[in-house]
Design a protein around this ligand. Structure first.
Ligand SMILES: NC(=O)c1ccc[n+]([C@@H]2O[C@H](COP(=O)([O-])OP(=O)(O)OC[C@H]3O[C@@H](n4cnc5c(N)ncnc54)[C@H](OP(=O)(O)O)[C@@H]3O)[C@@H](O)[C@H]2O)c1
Length: 214
């Protein structure tokens, strides 16, 4: 059992919390206002704890960033001490909204949020993953009609091995996991987000992942 802190209790954060908790991990959801979680706690169940985000980052072994990507760098850089020595799994997308509220442009063209985070958090192992699919696919990849891909980017092999184990707990088969290499490869998967809005506009909010076919 691992202690996992998830920063952000939105669609992604709560979805991951449920599945990782069901897989036997000790999960804490890091929220902005821990005094206002009664409704969420009733919905998500008593096995998942709540805390503020600095406490969550400090008290857990693995931290998942499921907060809004365009403001993640400032937020997480402010948690450098809490995140020191930890594994940070970044699943966010740092984008500027188009007029309809869907992602319209990258915040870090020519780089990536994951690279910016790794540079701001030199004592933390950052691994980018799971950002190339709708949130429901993250925890139910087997429900898609074609085998999906999940990508890994990160400089530390042991950290990626740990994340590979977590992906297995979420339902990802080894053949579906594509280790692209170091953290700079996250600029490729973060750019994949630009495929998502036109697909959603055309097909609606139907689950999909941006995947490799061979
Ligand atoms: N939705 C998807 O299908 C999907 C797929 C792939 C990747 N992503 C990425 O995953 C991340 C989360 O997406 P989401 O769909 O879960 O978004 P969401 O439902 O809007 O939730 C985002 C959460 O971030 C937290 N947050 C927002 N502003 C914050 C701030 N200033 N300080 C601290 N926490 C703040 C909030 O948590 P609290 O209010 O509880 O504190 C909020 O619930 C985004 O970066 C997104 O790009 C989403």
């Amino acid at each position: 059992m691992t202690s996992i802190g998830i920063l952000g209790a939105g669609r992604v954060g709560t979805n991951l919390a449920r599945k990782l908790s069901a897989a036997g991990h000790r999960v804490t959801l890091g929220v902005r206002n821990p005094d206002d979680t009664a409704a969420l706690a009733a919905d998500i169940g008593p096995q998942i704890a709540f805390a503020d985000q600095p406490t969550t980052a400090r008290a857990t072994d693995i931290v998942i960033n499921a907060t809004l990507g365009d403001t993640s760098l400032d937020r997480l850089a402010g948690l450098r001490t809490e995140l020191s020595g930890k594994l940070l799994v970044d699943v966010s997308n740092a984008t500027r909204d188009a007029d309809d509220g869907l992602p319209g442009a990258l915040c870090y063209p020519g780089s990536s949020l994951a690279e910016q985070l790794q540079s701001a958090l030199p004592d933390t192992h950052v691994v980018k993953t799971l950002n190339t699919m709708l949130f429901m696919v993250m925890t139910a990849p087997e429900t898609l009609a074609t085998p999906p891909t999940v990508y890994l980017s990160g400089d530390d092999q042991d950290a990626k091995k740990t994340v590979t184990g977590l992906l297995g707990d979420l339902g990802w088969q080894p053949a579906w996991i594509e280790d692209l290499g170091g953290i700079t490869t996250a600029r490729a998967t973060e750019a994949m987000i630009l495929v998502v809005p036109p697909v959603l506009r055309r097909h609606g909010f139907r689950p999909f992942a941006v995947s490799l076919a061979r």
